[in-house]
Design a protein around this ligand. Structure first.
Ligand code: ZN
Length: 507
């Protein structure tokens, strides 16, 4: 086998098998340099084309892929579900979904004893925090702002942003999240921005990069000296996002606070045709009728996703619905950190189907199975409580299928990508997950949707395709050097703790 030889960390490197890897040990300088560009180049090397023992499906460009004999949940009501069917993929797109597809020239992925479904879609995650996983398992929202934003965030370098985004993206893919909105408010300088975008693009995940403000030690992001927020979005549109037909697309992450600070972000977004995402209705801070004020400035449109919405008033809810907005519920963090009750029933009652999100990996598991189970159980608890309290006309219980739709097609809608992803529909991009049913948490399989929503976890995610590219196969991420990945994470974490002057006991 011919191995393209790596000539240096700054070069394009396509092979990281032991034969091609540079012989010298990786130095801190090489892996995590002080300049964003060099650190990014080094970090990019973690994913390369590895020499697998067997050819990886999809390795031959242009050759169709056939996912064969799976239990297919298309989530497209016109297509339906199949106890056993095939999915044909051509040029990264879904070409057909039906039983017994004949495609003699296709590479076959055997999906017997697998559930084949659309990948999960996360509509709000602060991915720069991917190196701060679990730092605040017991923290409130105020603790989070003090520790994660003002202490760590203010001290982030572009290298740290790269590492955080990269870990978060790979973790998403590993757990079956194929599309993720990076709610990115770490833009202390434009170099931080470039690092975040590079990490998303290097990871191979389908991402929506939502450009947000800086972090500072006092929370006054608008005074951050190096920040170019929000106007730098014009450069980003030109430099990175000139096409909508690419794997990473652009949003504006608008700050919360006074409407006069928010409106310039809305304008800058719309000037470049970027959709908007904003946190609203969060705890006591969320009771300021902000959406009424923004509406008075004629700023609410269908291009905006509203996150949390726990403490909005009824007028604000109607404004979201009437202007065609989408919402993102992060049920786990909302119950954990004091945002208020996840407004699942409220959204359903007013006629809005929510999307789901992880939010912060500092306190929340990174997988979507936990998110689905959180909203499912909370909605049922609320209905049961009402029944027990004598309510003669309680709402209907959510079903597992509805929750799976929240995690897929509703996410695609909120991320502005429902024409491309979210269901297994011919013509859409092939963002597909294969979930093992021959695992002890679900076998023997009796109810596919029930298995996914109530019992499965990341350990069931066998195969992940994004735009037809195989990102995970046989339970392993494709082409990831875990030794190097671990060093990238450890070094970034240690440097960040040192610069933030925080002692890390690891316990
Ligand atoms: Zn958030």
């Amino acid at each position: 086998m011919k191995h393209p030889r790596a000539t240096g960390w700054g070069d394009h490197v396509s092979c990281f098998c032991s034969a091609c890897r540079p012989k010298s040990a990786i130095s801190r300088r090489e892996l995590l340099c002080t300049s964003a560009a060099s650190a990014i180049a080094a970090s990019t090397a973690i994913i390369g084309t590895t020499h697998a023992q067997q050819p990886m499906p999809g390795a031959v460009p242009g050759r169709p892929l056939l996912i064969k004999d799976g239990c297919v949940l298309s989530l497209d009501r016109a297509i339906g579900d199949f106890e056993r069917a095939d999915v044909l993929i051509e040029h990264g797109k879904i070409a057909a979904v039906r039983p017994n597809i004949a495609a003699a020239d296709a590479e076959v992925i055997d999906a017997a004893r697998m559930i084949v479904a659309p990948g999960f879609v996360d509509t709000h995650r602060h991915m720069w925090q991917g190196i701060l996983r679990n730092v605040l398992p017991d923290g409130s929202l105020d603790d989070y702002i003090a520790t994660v934003q003002k202490t760590f965030g203010a001290n982030y370098t572009p290298d740290d942003v790269y590492a955080g985004d990269y870990f978060s993206a790979l973790g998403a893919i590993d757990s079956g999240v194929t599309c993720i909105l990076d709610w990115s408010h770490i833009h202390n300088t434009p170099a931080h921005t470039d690092a975040a975008i590079k990490a998303l693009m290097d990871s191979g995940v389908r991402a929506v990069f939502a450009y947000g403000n800086a972090q500072t030690t006092d929370g006054r992001w608008w005074e951050a000296k190096g920040s170019k927020y929000p106007d730098d979005i014009a450069r980003l549109r030109k430099q990175y996002f000139s096409s909508e037909d690419q794997l990473v697309t652009l949003y504006m992450a608008a700050p919360s606070g006074a409407s006069e600070q928010i409106l310039p972000s809305f304008k800058a977004a719309r000037d470049v045709g970027a959709r908007i995402t904003i946190h609203v209705g969060v705890g006591e801070r969320g009771r300021a009728a902000l959406l009424e004020k923004l509406n008075a400035a004629d700023a609410l449109k269908s291009d905006t996703t509203y996150i949390h919405c726990c403490t909005l008033n009824d007028t604000e809810w109607k404004l979201i619905r009437d202007t065609g907005g989408t919402i993102s519920i992060a049920g786990y963090v909302e119950t954990l950190m004091g945002h208020g009750s996840p407004p699942i029933q409220k959204a359903i009652d007013i006629g809005i189907r929510p999307s789901l999100s992880v939010d912060v990996e500092t306190s929340v598991p990174n997988d979507f199975f936990a998110q689905m189970r959180t909203v499912f159980s909370l909605q049922k608890k609320d209905v049961w409580d009402r029944r027990l309290a004598g309510d003669k006309n309680p709402p209907k219980f959510l079903t597992v299928r509805e929750v799976l739709e929240f995690a897929t097609i509703e996410g695609a809608r909120a991320n502005g990508l429902d024409r491309k992803i979210g269901t297994l529909t011919p013509g859409k991009d092939a963002d597909i997950i294969l979930l093992r049913t021959d695992r002890l948490n679900v076998m023997p399989m009796n109810n596919a949707v029930g298995a996914v929503v109530t019992s499965m976890g990341p350990q069931n995610v066998d195969t992940v395709l994004i735009a037809g590219k195989v990102m995970k196969r046989n339970g392993q991420l494709v082409g990831v050097d875990f030794g190097r990945l671990a060093r990238l994470g450890d070094e970034a974490r240690d440097r960040l703790y040192a610069s933030a002057n925080v002692k890390n006991t690891r316990i």
